[in-house]
Design a protein around this ligand. Structure first.
Ligand SMILES: Nc1ncnc2c1ncn2[C@@H]1O[C@H](COP(=O)(O)OP(=O)(O)O)[C@@H](O)[C@H]1O
Ligand SMILES: [Mg+2]
Length: 364
């Protein structure tokens, strides 16, 4: 899959920008704060309808304006035109100028695997943040995932509102029964999709981690309270916890507590790894994701490496670049080219960002 052209209107610091990309490597270079991440963020927003670094869409609008547009031509089996317009709090998405009403019909079309420094949260952050990260990844694989998640969250909210309104003596168990059955039903669907995703990642990740120079067995551990349980077992578990749920006024058990933990051998990466090793394990994870996509769709997604190369030495960078197959369209943002060996720049398109605008050149 390849993005051939990208057009931005009033997105972040770009009032108007049009870029034609190489189908191989695109290197976006410039000083900090110049707008490199903004460009790849636009690609991500177009693919997933939301940013990887903010939940507030308003900040994506150029500060002198009141709407933004992102548009791209994307080549898969066919060339399609994708457009996202955001105005007055409303996002509109179009494929070939036809408005798409259901997000689930839209977001699995452009597949992007993106690494940014935000991904260090995979190691360091709370389960809540990690669930948000994994939701972004999985929503591209599975059209129904976000729909299930929305149903689950709605039911969970409904259940918690009810729990807060009652005590042990006036509980309507029939009402709870109806909610619980639906909640668990969607919870199991979500658990199964998450589990399949993590299992597939774990089939690939150690090999890649080792090729990149990492030592040991890397895995992503999926922790869920629904672990291995059948529908009936979960119903029982929830019933058993009802007193506690009423006391807390919220649902104590469910996939809304799931966690995802990077492990190296049997130690948490968080406890073990240096910054470099942690970056390496996340990049192995992202490259594993590329492989899963390719196995499922017979096509590689677009790969974006945002600021990956800071803090990595030349040797490590070379290993990563060597691993990336030439047929993968790759976007790399960096403050300088010094760390990238000339051999890997061959046929790359370079976009030099400065206060005076963007200069493009092809590296022969
Ligand atoms: N809504 C906005 N309107 C105008 N400028 C913005 C907006 N949001 C961010 N910026 C500017 O974008 C710049 C940061 O861009 P970024 O892509 O993160 O830089 P980098 O090149 O370091 O990756 C900052 O200078 C910031 O002021
Ligand atoms: Mg940046």
């Amino acid at each position: 899959m390849e993005i051939t052209t990208l057009k931005l209107i009033n997105f972040r610091n770009f009032e108007k920008l049009e870029l034609n990309f190489s189908t191989q490597k695109n290197i976006i270079i410039g000083n900090n704060g110049i707008g490199k991440t903004n460009i790849v963020e636009a690609i991500f927003v177009l693919a997933l309808t939301k940013s990887f670094r903010t939940n507030n869409d308003e900040v994506l609008i150029n500060k002198n304006n009141n709407l933004f547009k992102v548009e791209a031509n994307v080549k898969s089996s066919f060339v399609n035109n994708y457009k996202l317009i955001y105005q007055d709090g409303i996002k509109t998405v179009k494929i070939n100028n036809k408005k798409i009403n259901k997000y689930s019909d839209y977001i699995s079309n452009i597949n992007v695997v993106l690494f940014s420094l935000n991904d260090l949260k995979w190691i360091k952050d709370t389960p809540n943040t990690k669930r948000k990260l994994i939701n972004l990844e999985i929503s591209q694989f599975d059209n129904n995932y976000i729909t299930y998640l929305n149903y689950y969250n709605k039911l969970l909210k409904q259940r918690n509102v009810y729990l807060k309104s009652i005590n042990e003596f006036n509980v309507n168990l029939d009402y709870l029964d109806i909610i619980d059955k639906q909640l668990i039903n969607y919870g199991i669907k979500i658990r199964d999709i998450r589990k399949k995703f993590v299992d597939d990642i774990n089939k690939e990740i150690t090999t890649i981690y080792n090729v990149l120079g990492g030592i040991g067995n890397l895995s992503l551990d999926y922790k869920t309270e629904y672990d291995m349980m059948s529908f009936d077992e979960i119903v029982k578990l929830i019933k058993k916890g009802i007193k506690k749920d009423i006391i807390f006024g919220s649902t104590q058990c469910g996939i809304h507590h799931d966690d995802f933990i990077f492990m190296i051998n049997d130690i948490e990466m968080k406890e073990y790894g240096s910054e470099g090793q942690q970056k390496n394990s996340i990049i192995a994870f992202k490259l594993a994701e590329m492989e899963i996509f390719n196995k499922r769709n017979n096509e590689y997604p677009i790969l974006v490496l945002d600021d990956l190369f800071s803090e990595l030495d030349v040797g490590k960078i070379e290993k990563i670049l060597k691993y990336i197959k030439p047929e993968i369209q790759t976007f790399i943002t960096t403050t300088d080219l010094k760390k990238i060996k000339k051999a890997y720049l061959k046929n790359s398109k370079i976009f030099k960002l400065s206060k005076n605008g963007i200069k493009e050149e092809i590296y022969e």
